[in-house]
Design a protein around this ligand. Structure first.
Ligand code: NAP
Length: 369
């Protein structure tokens, strides 16, 4: 049987909520193998297993050898370059939670050393030459990578990012409607976001048990603006954001561990599909070409539930490797045209799983490995 040489990868922020998901999801990955882990200077120098004692949040474990890796300081891009030279590192997933400017320059420091960065952080999302990828929606935005590399005189390094986890529950359904030829003018969205979205240790238990917090710093702006970049076009060496649809978002933190819900009202342009047409568009949406055969890609990116009380985080967040978006309560809207509820797993589809899928896409396009 042919043995496939796996690409050695690193996880920056390997001790955090998203970092742990990367480590767990990559444990059995057929193309990538975790050989480098990094966190803050507080944990640098510790064995990964020691740093994670009492902190590991997941029911599945890490891959062989990962517990024995020594955590590096993620601020030390030179150490990562050394790992590249020793054949222990091909590219990094960035799941850092630090001050925005610090992440921005740190991710650039890795890319400048020839190390591709697949990031979950928001710091680089609004650079016009950085693709903000949802693999099923805008894979063609990867075409900006050679432009980014040339403009910054980077050789093999580049930065590609994922959007915020809050938009995942409505972005793919929105795109499927646009792709089917229906204009969407306006979206009115209320999110109910899980506590794991705030990282670890995150929201204090006394603030969230028996409660709903109607504010998540910066989240409404991200929910309203990031879809426009994802729907944008590459022009004059930049990703120019789309001008529509207009989005109004209310973002709430709720006492759910994993799974972001979005209640959405949507207004079409002049041409309006029936509810049955909408359901047909969503249930037949295939996203990426099957022949790409990306390991993390869901078989069906959008799953419809007909029960009146679904989707629910506990019952639906893990659908199709926790990579599918589950939709339900699809019905007419008395103010706009259409209402539905969307749900996705925030630390998998909305973070580590989405990042791994982006890396698989970029490998398939020849940018990695
Ligand atoms: P988290 O649980 O707070 O983890 C943060 C990670 O960053 C830890 O590994 C931490 O290392 C490291 N870190 C903190 N300060 C550092 C410093 N000064 N230098 C180097 N490393 C440092 O956060 P998270 O929820 O995993 O989020 C990680 C990133 O993903 C954030 O940018 C977040 O916005 C984004 N994101 C999160 C989600 C989600 O659902 N949670 C979804 C999408 C995107 P130590 O353990 O050593 O402190």
């Amino acid at each position: 049987m042919e043995t496939i040489q796996k690409i050695p990868v690193g996880v920056l922020g390997a001790t955090g909520m998203v970092g742990q998901q990367y480590i767990a999801l990559l444990a059995q990955h057929p193309w990538f193998e975790v050989r480098y882990v990094a966190a803050s200077p507080r944990n640098a120098g510790k064995l990964y297993r020691d740093a994670m004692a009492g902190r590991w949040q997941l029911s599945s474990g890490w891959g062989p050898g990962v517990g024995d890796l020594v955590l590096e300081d993620a601020n030390d891009a030179a150490a990562a370059l050394q790992a590249v030279q020793q054949g222990r590192l091909g590219f990094v997933f960035s799941a850092l939670e630090m001050e925005k400017d610090a992440i921005l320059s740190l991710e650039e420091a890795y890319a400048a050393r020839g190390i591709p960065v697949i990031s979950n952080a928001s710091a680089n999302r609004w650079n016009a030459d950085v693709p903000m990828l949802i693999a099923e929606v805008n894979p063609h935005h990867a075409d900006i990578i050679p432009i980014q590399q040339k403009a910054r005189s980077w050789d093999k390094g580049f930065i590609a990012v994922k959007p915020n986890c809050s938009i995942q529950s409505y972005m793919t359904p929105l795109y499927a409607l646009l792709k089917a030829g229906y204009e969407v003018n306006r979206l009115f969205i209320t999110t109910l976001q899980a506590v794991s979205g705030a990282g670890y240790p995150g929201v204090p238990s006394l603030d969230i048990i028996d409660n709903v917090v109607p504010y998540i710093g910066g989240e409404e702006e991200k929910s309203e603006l990031e879809p426009l970049k994802i729907l944008g076009t590459i022009r004059n060496g930049q990703i120019q954001p789309a001008s529509a649809p207009k989005i109004s978002a209310h973002c709430n933190r709720v006492p759910v561990v994993n799974g972001h819900t979005a209640c959405v009202s949507l207004e079409f342009g002049a041409k309006k599909p029936s509810i049955e047409e909408v359901k047909a568009i969503w249930s037949s949406f295939s996203g990426l070409p099957q022949e790409l055969n990306l390991p993390m890609a869901p078989k069906q990116p959008i799953i419809l539930r007909e029960e009146a009380n679904r989707p629910q985080p506990r019952k639906d967040r893990d659908a199709d490797k926790a990579m599918a978006v589950t939709l339900g309560r699809i019905r007419p809207c008395t103010i706009f045209d259409l209402r539905f509820v969307g749900l996705s797993h925030n630390t998998i589809r909305g973070a580590a799983g989405g990042g791994i899928l982006n890396a698989e896409l970029l490998k398939a396009k020849g940018y990695l490995g």
